[in-house]
Design a binder for this molecule. Structure first.
Ligand code: NDP
Ligand code: ZN
Length: 350
């Protein structure tokens, strides 16, 4: 039988969310039915519903930072049992056969048109719907195990903000003594700071909101640079091994590239609207500097990130809200007024 779901959805590119009900597919042999407890609000949700990255099908139920309790399992499910705590991130399926899926990097899947995203991807004659909802049905192999005693509201944002920052830090083998800069100190940025610190790096933070200076130092940042005062960027050239940008809007990339050491790397994680993509003067890469874009992380690495976070006591700083405050929360995120992640308590919808 199909599963009835209460949710919040955007109905058009104005991006205002409203109550919406629909039925999910029935629980298949390899599926889990998860009763959603908490759902984080990622800036990508806002980009998506507003059509920043292109047209999408509506109604759109966003949400890809999901933590919940398993309430039903298909007959082939072995890793989970009813009552377990489960996490779901940005992907719910992939081809499973291409070289990237086989390597555990499902986010780069090249089969069947790429990964099935948690919301907005084609699925049967409809499309997937995400975590601002009372429940979700996901194939076991795309579900992450969460320890029962973890602080679940603070764990939810790890499913996107956590893995997206953990993955490039690991890929670049960040170690003790490295100098790392994090540009954009929001939901993703504050996770990047915590992970980089825990790997032994000295971390500087770049943002545009003076109010965040104190939080940066409390989180262990060596320096907070308010880039609205360009003088604060003086004297930092050739300082960093690694720069991670989570900036969600257009910005001048060259001054950051200048701050890389020879052989340093800048990782772009922030994905501005398609009419705001920065253009870069490639000569700023002089000195064997490198730049690339990083996309979330594979399922295996997402599990590793959860285990690492719990072991090292690294969580998101969250403000838990009822779903009815979602539109206000979206505006606050755009205005720089959230420290650092809104998480919806799904009880408010049940
Ligand atoms: P947030 O809004 O929580 O954080 C963005 C931060 O960037 C805010 O602190 C904001 O400042 C700051 N900022 C804005 N403009 C500038 C600027 N010119 N210079 C420095 N800092 C600036 O967003 P998220 O962390 O949730 O997401 C960030 C981006 O990452 C989004 O574009 C999102 O879509 C993308 N993303 C990409 C993923 C991937 O796999 N590549 C996965 C998830 C998200 P303030 O708030 O202080 O005004
Ligand atoms: Zn996200």
């Amino acid at each position: 039988a199909q599963i009835h779901t209460k949710a919040y959805a955007a109905m058009d590119a104005k991006g205002k969310l409203a109550p919406y009900e629909f039925d999910r597919r029935s629980v298949g042999d390899n599926d889990l039915l998860i009763d959603i407890l908490y759902s984080g609000i990622c800036h990508s949700d806002i980009h998506t519903v507003k059509g920043d990255w292109g047209q999408i099908p509506y109604p759109c139920v966003p949400g890809h930072e999901i933590v919940g309790r398993v309430i039903q399992i298909g007959k082939n499910v072995h890793k989970f049992k009813v009552g377990d705590i489960a996490g779901v991130g940005c992907m719910v399926n992939s081809c499973g056969e291409c070289e990237y899926c086989k390597a555990g990097e499902e986010q780069f899947c090249t089969g069947n048109g790429g990964p099935v995203w948690t919301y907005g991807s084609a699925e049967g004659d409809s499309y997937t719907k995400g975590g601002y909802a009372t429940n979700i049905i996901v194939k076991e192999s795309f579900v992450i195990k969460i320890p029962k005693n973890a602080p679940l509201a603070k764990v939810a944002p790890l499913l996107c903000a956590g893995i997206t920052t953990y993955s490039p830090l690991r890929y670049n083998k960040v170690k003790k003594g490295d100098k790392v800069a994090v540009a954009g100190f929001g939901g993703l940025g504050h996770m990047a700071v915590q992970y980089a610190k825990s790997m032994g790096a000295e971390v500087d933070v770049f943002d545009i909101t003076e109010d965040k200076r104190k939080a940066a130092s409390e989180m262990g940042a060596a320096k907070y640079v308010n880039t609205t005062n360009t003088q604060e960027m003086d004297g930092l050239n050739s300082k960093y091994n690694l720069i991670i940008s989570t900036i969600p809007v257009s910005f001048k990339v060259e001054p950051y590239l200048q701050m890389l050491k020879t052989d340093g790397t800048m990782v772009l994680i922030g994905v501005p609207a398609h009419d705001q993509i920065p253009v870069v003067n490639v000569m700023a890469l002089f000195g064997r500097r490198k730049m690339y874009h990083s996309l979330i992380g594979g399922i295996r690495e997402t599990q590793e990130m959860i285990d690492y976070s719990v072991k090292n006591n690294i969580y998101a700083q969250v403000e838990v809200i009822p779903v009815q405050r979602i539109n206000e929360a979206y505006q606050h995120i755009l205005d720089g007024k959230v420290q650092f992640r809104y998480v919806i308590d799904m009880k408010s919808l049940k």
